[in-house]
Design a binder for this molecule. Structure first.
Ligand code: ADP
Ligand code: MG
Length: 250
């Protein structure tokens, strides 16, 4: 299987990096090969979320040439395969390294590839959009996030990406946009919703993706459902879990 999915948002802080780490790992849990790539070259934190502080080599080295993409793949103890960005200051400030070669770098990797992207609509995001086939837009259910989602969706549409799907993260209460409203505003389908979940903060502290740290927490179940949806397979949360959620309401 070879699928390249660009995870974008427009607005920063909506949950792209958390999404990429967890859905990447959930895909692996469904016995499919997956690899996550940190293409957020200047404000990267996918590696940080996984405790990879000192990666001597990263995506920038492969982008500059001379180093094979296979030499920069790390395997996290959870089983997640990741291409991090190098955290070396010389790389972080080298603005000449751009992801324009990203597409050709990935052409030999046969797995489901999830690319974590920077916020905004600058050239780094443009190269992520160029490198991917499919686009997944992560948004929060509020007007500023959805407005930025609309912008990135129209850029993806101009580049003829297909499909373009939406995931709504940090769903909490009634005082926010509903999936149907987001679909209408963006003219693209919402394929999943992830609830606000305090366990995410704890899993970040432990540098372990939520679905390993707390596999039955509401957001972990949502990540697994979305991974199954992406793979086109059935996933039913354990029934005990559903009962627990029903009883929590009383
Ligand atoms: P982005 O990559 O889009 O900038 P991050 O994945 O870094 O966003 O997430 C931003 C912050 O939001 C992080 O502190 C993360 O822990 C928190 N967060 C993300 N999703 C959720 C959620 N479903 N529930 C609670 N906190 C979340
Ligand atoms: Mg991020």
């Amino acid at each position: 299987m070879r699928r390249v999915i660009g995870v974008v948002s427009g607005k920063g802080g909506v949950g792209k990096t958390t999404f990429v780490a967890n859905v990447g790992l959930a895909v692996t849990g469904f016995d499919e090969e997956s690899i996550v790539i940190d293409a957020d070259l200047f404000t990267s934190n996918l590696g940080l979320q996984l405790g990879l502080y000192k990666s001597p080599l990263g995506l920038q080295d492969a982008l500059e040439g001379g180093i094979s993409v296979y030499d920069i793949i790390h395997t996290h103890h959870s089983g997640l395969k990741i291409i991090p960005t190098s955290m070396y200051p010389s790389h972080l400030f080298k603005k000449t390294v751009t992801p324009y070669r990203l597409k050709s770098l990935l052409k030999d990797i046969y797995s489901l590839i999830l690319i974590d992207s920077p916020p905004g609509l600058g050239k780094e995001v443009f190269f992520v959009l160029k490198a991917c086939d499919e686009v997944l837009v992560v948004t929060n259910p509020d007007i500023p996030s959805v407005t930025d989602a609309m912008r990135v969706i129209s850029a993806a549409r101009e580049l003829k990406k297909d499909p373009i799907n939406i995931v709504v993260n940090r769903v909490k209460d009634d005082y926010e946009l509903k999936p149907e409203e987001i679909e209408m505003m963006c003219d693209a389908p919402v394929i999943g919703e992830i609830p606000e979940d305090k366990m995410i903060k704890r899993s970040l502290f432990e540098k372990t993706p939520l679905i390993h740290y707390s596999p039955h927490s509401p957001a972990a179940v949502a990540f697994k459902k979305i991974a199954a949806n992406i793979l086109g397979i059935d996933y039913k949360p354990p029934s005990l879990l559903r009962l627990r959620r029903i009883f929590r309401k009383f």
